[in-house]
Design a binder for this molecule. Sequence first.
Ligand code: 4AD
Ligand code: MG
Length: 461
Amino acid sequence: MNIKQILNSNQIGESVKLSGWVRTRRDSKAGLSFIEVNDGSCLKNIQVIAPNTLSNYESEILKLTIGSSIEVNGKIVESPAKGQSIEVNAENIKVFGYADSEEYPLQKKKTSLEFLRSIAHLRPRTNTFGAVARVRNELSLSTHKFFQDRGFVYLNSPIITASDCEGAGQMFNVTTFDLSHIPLTDNKEIDYSRDFFGKRTNLTVSGQLEAEAYALALSKVYTFGPTFRAENSNTTRHLAEFWMIEPEVAFNDLEANMDLAQDYIQTIIKSVLDNCSQDMQFFNERYDNTIVETLSHIVNSNFRRLSYTQAISILENCPKTFEFPVAFGLDLQSEHERYLTEEHFKEPVIVYNYPKEIKAFYMRLNDDDKTVAAMDVLLPKVGEIIGGSQREERLDVLSRRMQEINLSLEEYSWYLDLRRFGTAPHAGFGLGLERMVQFVTSLGNIRDVIPFPRYPEYCEF
Ligand code: 4AD
Ligand code: MG
């Protein structure tokens, strides 16, 4: 049994075997040692009582340091100590490995999240990173449950692609060229025809275009995979490698897309509140004493929906001074987004119908000829959590739009085929998993909610 199961079972008198890592050891004069053990199955440790009658008490138990790994066989007994109902009386303890207390960096003293980032291979052994990992797992599990319960098909979109979904050019190239001898054409341009795939390829920035192909056959699909962006954003909300969930639904319009986004966010947050209550209590005590209340409120109230035009008017007329200018046609910066959701409405906000110039080519043109059926979902603290849209399903409008911004119709001909053959209205969105973990745990930096973060000038481990 793992420690979570033992603590939940409460089977006084039963024999158990458990394994884990020592969090603390305290020796009493009465010839007993109290060892707190954690195995990551839950936040709580279990207390193991080791009597000096154990054959290896002097030789091994008294040498156990923080971080040592052990296996314990013993009996569950009622605990006289406060804060726990049961403990384990050890009959036998096996030591797998010690951790030198001079060298092992995780001692009982407080450390900073910045320091822990530099030992990302050991930080999962701390309360904070154990809790982050379990909450992240719950968000992933409930994501699959949410979509599977509603008849969506899970789609594995490719990691290596030849197209730039967002058209923003922020891509990592994939090549097998010897970079000191790159083959050139007669015109002195890079000769991609001689590269591995015979063309220029990159790591995907989004699985959306492929998801559209499958939505226009299976009706409801979702992707859940890693995505990559070579944007030089050194912020607490950007990673170069992050995980995105992208549902795509045939026959949905923008409003149905907003309904789905709200339902999805509320459902996965509720799962975390229901199934990770110990971890959430920890974040509430240690990091933000309003987080559980905030999350409970979000689960039970409708998100505020307003058009981009309305958002601009609120921002233009608000008393706050912003670093970046506000005007119709300019993109919303994160300070604007945060003002709307954190200060003005104080709840999640969905902004829709953005000017076409600041959004991607695939978004559906509205009848005003100026805006597209885009939507961004904004949350307090993290800002944009979702970007999505109804897609342009009309072949002529899409082709015209692509030509306007110099996208090659030939390269995207497979994508245009989806409009040539049995086109249908459809819509979808992408949610960044790390921003969701960040929001739910209330940790301030996105680099602390993915096991091994990658960002500009940093790719350790
Ligand atoms: O708004 P984005 O760029 O939208 C798309 O990629 C669409 N193709 C999605 C779709 O319609 N299927 O990104 C979607 C979300 C953002 O709202 C944000 O949560 C997250 O992905 N995201 C990032 N998260 C961490 N680091 C980055 N560099 C991110 N860029 C986007
Ligand atoms: Mg976006």
